[in-house]
Ligand binder design. Structure first.
Ligand SMILES: Cc1cc2nc3c(=O)[nH]c(=O)nc-3n(C[C@H](O)[C@H](O)[C@H](O)COP(=O)(O)OP(=O)(O)OC[C@H]3O[C@@H](n4cnc5c(N)ncnc54)[C@H](O)[C@@H]3O)c2cc1C
Length: 392
């Protein structure tokens, strides 16, 4: 008899939405993701299925052909993908990045881009912020966008721009006013929607980066890339503000992915601990095995409460910077704890590819570091919530 599904969200809310995503994900089982992981392939069929089902357009307003979903609902979609053993990281940016266009794009930009995105004719999967020298200090990015008539000319370099090879559009942050010439470091940055289908290869080079997970990440070199002025999102110099604005949504969605990972790890741990017999008894009968699983489950449930609180504040239009950051950090830590417990519960078999534990273990680690490292979350809480001195 298979063990009952381990409940994380016990409220039963969103049950229908969960079932819909679960049914889709059942078509893409562990061996699908395992094969892609080995070949470093992009899950085209999965992304197409998610698009066709309307899941990737969940956050696009209904008037532009999207689902008009709340952040809570969108988070359930990504959670269930990771919970199924898949990896929402292959397509989650479409949800995060969309916010900049939805909230700060001009009416013509929304009309132009959102309907084809909602219908799946276009992919917006790439978000170019991080640079090799600036790291977490985003205001120090050096990629420049200089005005030349009706265009901007972009020069510089990005790193870790994931899915750029599989995206039609990229949201790009670049400096339009040098750091020395602005009053506040957060000023003088602008946001652009780059149409990757139109670029001249001499002006933009995308180089894939090999990493420990199958994340299709790249470094990008801009050598005088010309971008029409009409592709600038919002006002010149206000790009950092627009990005910050979208970050709370991003944190909540990432938290949900980690909750999904954690649920998968715990369920796998419980199943294996019940069925694996050593010394004539299931290993899960030993407290040394069952307590870590129970502890990880309790921590995951607690982190999930913070995710729901952050989502409720966001959907209610209240400020939720602290809650969104805490949700991301607590959920990433809880998932990582569950990942370790799951690997240890499986003993040597945890290292065997066929169980998917080692793959999910590698994937779950990412969210303690990206899109913002947990240290930077703690700095934010210390300074902005607790009133401690700025530490950097
Ligand atoms: C697989 C992958 C995919 C990614 N995808 C994208 C993407 O699509 N788009 C994008 O723009 N970026 C992406 N990133 C980048 C990611 O957001 C950054 O890696 C992350 O924000 C951390 O920045 P960094 O790597 O430069 O680390 P650094 O800023 O160099 O930090 C290194 C370490 O020092 C710590 N640290 C730094 N400053 C402080 C401080 N003041 N106090 C305490 N600790 C500190 C950090 O916590 C970290 O542990 C991706 C990264 C990875 C690995």
């Amino acid at each position: 008899m298979s063990p009952p599904q381990t409940e994380i969200d016990t409220t039963g809310q969103y049950a229908e939405l969960r079932r819909g995503v679960q049914q889709l994900c059942a078509r893409f089982p562990g061996d699908y993701w395992r094969r892609l992981d080995a070949d470093r392939g992009y899950p085209v069929e999965f992304v197409e299925a998610m698009t066709e089902a309307g899941f990737l357009a969940a956050l696009i307003p209904e008037e532009h052909g999207g689902g008009g979903a709340s952040i809570a609902e969108a988070s359930v979609i990504l959670e269930e993908v990771n919970r199924s053993g898949g990896n929402a990281g292959v397509c989650h940016a479409q949800m995060y990045v969309m916010g900049a266009l939805v909230r700060h794009g001009a009416a013509e930009q929304r009309e132009r881009w959102l309907p084809p995105l909602a219908e799946g004719q276009l992919r917006l999967q790439a978000f170019g912020v991080t640079e090799p020298t600036a790291g977490s200090d985003t205001t120090r990015i050096q990629t420049r966008a200089e005005r030349a008539g009706d265009e901007y000319v972009i020069t510089g370099q990005k790193i870790w721009t994931s899915r750029a090879e599989y995206s039609d559009l990229m949201l790009l942050l670049a400096r339009t006013t040098p750091l020395e010439a602005v009053k506040r470091r957060t000023e003088g940055l602008s946001l652009f929607l780059v149409d990757l289908r139109e670029v001249d290869e001499k002006e933009l080079t995308i180089r894939p980066l090999e990493t420990m997970i199958n994340h299709h990440t790249t470094e990008i070199f801009f050598d005088g890339l010309r971008v029409p002025r009409e592709n600038r999102i919002g006002e010149e110099g206000q790009g950092f503000r627009y990005i910050l604005d979208g970050m709370n949504a991003e944190r909540i969605l990432i938290a949900a992915e980690s909750i999904g990972d954690g649920g998968w790890f715990i369920e796998r741990s419980v199943a294996y601990a019940n069925e694996r017999i050593v010394f004539d008894r299931p290993i899960g009968q030993n407290q040394g095995v069952q307590f870590p699983i129970a502890q990880a489950y309790a921590n995951l449930r607690a982190a999930d409460l913070m995710r729901w609180q952050a989502a409720a504040l966001f959907d209610g239009g209240s400020s939720c910077g602290a809650e969104a950051n805490m949700a991301k950090m607590l959920a990433a830590d809880a998932a990582w704890e569950a990942a370790n417990v799951c690997l240890e519960t499986h003993g040597g078999f945890g290292f065997a590819r066929e169980h998917d534990v080692e793959r999910k273990f590698r994937e779950a680690k990412l969210y303690q570091i990206a899109p913002v490292s947990n240290n930077l979350v703690l700095s934010y809480l210390a300074q902005h919530v607790l009133g401690l001195p700025r530490s950097y």
